[in-house]
Design a protein around this ligand. Sequence first.
Ligand code: ZN
Length: 107
Amino acid sequence: MNKDEVLEEKKVLGSGGYAFVNLSEEEELQFNLGVPHLFLGHIGRLDSEKFLRYYCKKCAKEYSGSPRIEYENLNENVGEGVILLEKGEYKCMNCNNIIAQYRKFNK
Ligand SMILES: [Zn+2]
């Protein structure tokens, strides 16, 4: 029994647009905040192959494939044992508009 094999197309929201990605049931549960929407900023870095298409608010247009992902590994101690591991941005391939930003902490 491997639920990872079943992928579903899900809409994930960002401040500058949204995207459609393929998520397994397990991933969806992991990324779900108990609200009706999934957020790219909460999910963090996803493999570009998981993206089907995205919408850029600035272009007011949908593009197929993945937005560009730019990220840095920081390992920056932000205090009280919390380490900022990585921060990144999803950007529109066409106009560089930021579709979503995320920060990944050690906890
Ligand atoms: Zn754009």
